[in-house]
Design a protein around this ligand. Structure first.
Ligand code: PLP
Length: 396
């Protein structure tokens, strides 16, 4: 059986990390993989998480299985974080939430649910989008297509093009939107634009699906939910996938969620019964530790406020380093004005560097970024800024 198998191509982003690790250069710079780095280039465990883990260690009484949908307390905490505990969607019972193995697991659960219950629906993805989106849904057997999102040089939103494309989505299909910190462009709609997006999708039998993997990484936990609220207010149905990978730095704990909002509480419960079947035949029930951390942090005033401070620290560093990079490039006489990067949010932007420039940076300067020119700005630090900007000016 295995003799005839040919090796699969390496993952373009994780493969880059392997090349980076193998590079012997002492001052190499990694702007590739999507992980937050602090000013020292580290990805530490948050203090709020360490404290929560101490408590869990002392109080945990069993390693028995969790329910298929996870701990009810987890679903409640996630809904409160997303909508607010008293939001009509929550109070009316129209939202059902399952604890999933992080955001990727949530997306796959949606894919399985769609394939098993609404076979033939197409998922519409923004162009461009996270490279794993089409792959996850292809694996689940859900066809995907692309709608206009970014402008031609991928520096800003083509809002008119986007609205025109969304207005053409057939009834019964699903439209995936990035909740904030769009990956790979960093381009997010404004609050007014979100209203228009929601109006365009509402009332047409199109179900919006928000991939909300970066809540709190753009402007604040509540500001970042502006798109979610616009959709929840205007559209009768909604799917939301979340992740604590980035905002609680729980990358390897694999903790996330999927929420289905139905037009009625009964419809939501019926959906939940099928989502549970999809989960049961996939990973059966979620890994407990990350969920316990999230419940502990979100449910304790002191830990919650420590978390918000630590999250603000990550966010401020990202937004600050965007400005430093743009200013430094301008001061060094860059032929390209990088001010557009300061309007972007989250860790990613498309730098506009072409494949040849990306390869020159890798080979001559040991600076690693994705071939598309996507940069993770969290890989920039005050310490590497001078070398990084000199190198980019030299290849431009
Ligand atoms: C847009 C988007 N969605 C989902 C994810 C899922 O991440 P995780 O599976 O770690 O939650 C990521 C991670 O990079 C992402 O960028």
């Amino acid at each position: 059986m295995f003799q005839s198998i040919q090796p699969a191509p390496p993952d373009p982003i994780l493969g880059l990390t392997e090349a980076f690790v193998a590079d012997p250069s002492p001052d190499k710079i990694n702007l590739g993989v999507g992980i937050y780095k602090d000013a020292e280039g580290k990805t530490p465990v948050l203090q709020c998480v360490k404290r929560a883990e101490q408590r869990i260690l002392e109080t945990e009484a069993t390693k028995a299985y969790k329910p298929i949908a996870g701990d009810p307390a987890y679903g409640k905490a996630v809904q409160a974080l997303l909508f607010g505990a008293d939001h009509p969607v929550v109070a009316s019972g129209r939202a059902v939430t399952c604890h999933t193995p992080s955001g990727t697991g949530a997306l796959r659960v949606v894919g399985d649910y769609l394939k098993q219950n609404h076979d033939g629906v197409t998922l519409h993805l923004p162009g461009p989008t996270w490279a794993n989106h089409p792959s996850v849904f292809k694996s689940a057997g859900v066809p995907t297509t692309t709608y206009t999102y970014a402008n031609a040089d991928v520096t800003g939103l083509d809002f008119d093009g986007m609205i025109e494309a969304l207005a053409q989505v057939p009834a019964g299909d699903v439209v995936l939107l990035h909740g904030c910190c769009h990956n790979p462009t960093g381009i997010d709609p404004t609050a007014e634009q979100w209203q228009k997006i929601a109006e365009t999708l509402a009332g047409r039998g199109v179900t919006p699906m928000l991939d909300f993997a970066y809540q709190g990484f753009a402007d604040s936990l509540t500001d970042d939910a502006v798109g979610l609220h616009a959709l929840a207010e205007k559209c009768p149905e909604l799917i939301v996938c979340t992740s604590f990978s980035k905002n609680m730095a729980l990358y390897n704990e694999r903790v996330g969620s999927v929420t289905f909002v139905g037009e009625t509480a009964e419809a939501a419960q019926a959906v939940l019964s099928h989502v549970k079947l999809a989960i049961r035949t996939n990973y059966s029930n979620p890994p407990a530790h990350g969920g316990a951390i999230a419940i502990t942090v979100l449910g304790d005033d002191a830990l919650r406020s420590l978390w918000e401070q630590e999250l603000a620290g990550m966010r401020d560093r990202i937004n600050g380093i965007r400005q430093t990079f743009a200013d430094t490039m301008a001061a060094k006489g860059s032929p390209v004005d990088f001010a557009f990067l300061t309007a972007h949010r989250g860790m990613f932007s498309m730098s506009g560097l072409n494949k040849d420039q990306v390869m020159q940076l890798r080979e001559k300067y040991a600076i690693y970024m994705v071939g598309s020119g996507r940069v993770n700005v969290a890989g920039m630090t005050e310490a590497n800024m001078d070398r990084l900007t000199d190198a980019i000016v030299s290849v431009l």
